[in-house]
Design a protein around this ligand. Structure first.
Ligand SMILES: Cc1cc2nc3c(=O)[nH]c(=O)nc-3n(C[C@H](O)[C@H](O)[C@H](O)COP(=O)(O)OP(=O)(O)OC[C@H]3O[C@@H](n4cnc5c(N)ncnc54)[C@H](O)[C@@H]3O)c2cc1C
Length: 390
């Protein structure tokens, strides 16, 4: 019998994981196992998913789970998004970029969009017709988002957008991009605005390379170029210009929590497959699990993972109740992604040489884990944010 990632830790189900959340987790798991896992190797090689998978995810209720039903979503909360995030990592299809679409891009439109914008974009995001991306990072501005140079100048009832972005998740597939721009460069953070670009409707938008990454191969990550891209002023998110920085600061805690959710679910998967492996693999006449070093290592990892799971569950409970502060969300992102790196490394070690072979899932999981400490704000930036509140 194989060990189940969902129950490897034995932490009691939190109150937020009620019946409908559990049902969604089961449904997502079944869908991902049946439709995505068999083709995952193909997507890893192609370094991109196909649109068909997004559409199928939409048909199966995996897109916009926390968006109200009136806008085409399923009317859930972040707890429902968490069920999907966890199913993705438990099944082992981490490169499927729907979590960013669901719990980062769609919420910008839900929270800051006008009624007209919500009706225009969210239902099509829920079906997978529109694939979302958020374009903050530029070649010269990553951690320091105030350094964004992409300019949006008013030109009658349009904005003209000029600039370039890099490292954008879903960048090759996305046809709805929330772009971080400067509408008034002289005002620094207060001159920052979020503008939606529907790529099929504009001229001057160009995608650069699908970047060659170390891990998360099946997730397209791209450069984007904006050369005099004209979008209606009604594509601005928020009632006036200059609100972009505040909007980012309000939404980034959910992005950070989501990275923490991915981390704890990947940790559970890694522990489950490693426990199975060391029970099977034999050396010096006994199973690898019979060595005290193996037992102690796995005991340590399981303990830390349990601490991490309880912390993550508490963060989700607070977030669903509307009370997760940015500092605690930063702790979840930094600590859980650090732990993910440590667990993956130890689990590769316990697999011996097979842990370095791509045909063993732990090898891919080890590669995929590395970026978790970098994107969504580096772990150093998380510590700065936590330190600010001391
Ligand atoms: C696979 C992948 C997907 C991504 N997806 C997206 C996306 O969808 N959208 C998007 O906008 N961006 C995305 N990013 C970009 C990501 O968010 C940035 O790479 C990240 O914020 C770091 O910025 P940077 O790469 O410019 O590093 P830099 O800011 O140049 O940092 C370099 C080093 O300096 C450290 N550092 C910087 N400032 C400080 C400081 N004040 N104190 C201490 N140390 C500091 C950093 O921690 C880091 O170790 C993605 C990146 C990757 C790799």
């Amino acid at each position: 019998m194989t060990t189940s990632p969902a129950s490897v830790l034995g932490v009691p189900q939190p109150a937020w994981a009620g019946e409908d959340v559990a049902m969604l987790y089961d449904m997502a798991t079944k869908f991902l196992e049946a439709e995505i896992a068999p083709r995952y190797e193909e997507f890893e090689k192609a370094e991109i998913f196909d649109r068909e998978s997004w559409k199928k995810a939409g048909e199966n209720g995996l897109l916009c789970a926390s968006i109200p039903e009136e806008y085409g979503g399923s009317g859930g909360t972040y707890a429902h998004e968490s069920a999907i995030i966890e199913a993705i990592s438990h099944v082992g299809v981490d490169g499927f970029g729907i979590a960013l679409h669901n719990s980062i891009v769609a919420p910008y439109i839900l929270h800051y969009g006008s009624e007209e914008q919500k009706k225009k974009w969210l239902p099509r995001m829920a079906t997978g017709e529109l694939i979302g991306a958020i374009a903050m990072t530029e070649p010269g501005a990553g951690s320091d988002l105030q350094g964004v140079k992409t300019r949006a100048e008013k030109d009658g009832n349009h904005y003209r957008i000029n600039g370039s972005k890099t490292f954008i998740t879903n960048g090759q597939l996305a046809n709805l991009i929330v772009v971080v721009t400067k509408t008034d460069p002289a005002r620094g953070a207060k001159g920052t605005s979020l503008i939606v670009v529907e790529t099929d409707e504009v001229d001057g938008f160009r995608r650069g390379r699908n970047l060659d990454k170390v891990g998360l191969k099946s997730n397209d990550t791209s450069e984007l170029f904006f050369d005099d891209v004209r979008v209606p002023t009604s594509n601005l998110l928020g009632t006036e210009e200059g609100q972009g920085f505040v909007q980012l600061m309000q939404q980034l805690p959910q992005e950070r929590l989501q990275i923490g959710g991915t981390a704890i679910a990947a940790i559970e998967k890694a522990l489950a497959i490693t426990i199975d492996y060391v029970k099977e693999r034999r050396a010096f006449g006994k199973a690898v699990i019979d060595f005290q070093n193996t037992q102690f290592k796995l005991a340590e990892l399981k303990t830390e993972a349990t601490v991490g799971r309880v912390f993550y569950n508490d963060c989700v409970a607070r977030h669903v109740a509307g009370g997760l502060d940015p500092s605690t969300a930063s702790m979840a992102k930094y600590w859980l992604s650090d732990l993910q790196g440590k667990v993956m490394d130890e689990c590769v070690q316990l697999h011996g040489g097979y842990g370095f072979m791509n045909e063993y899932p732990i090898a891919r999981m080890w590669r995929d884990a590395r970026v978790q400490r970098i994107y969504g704000g580096t772990n150093e930036i998380m510590k700065l944010l936590i330190a600010r509140g001391l």
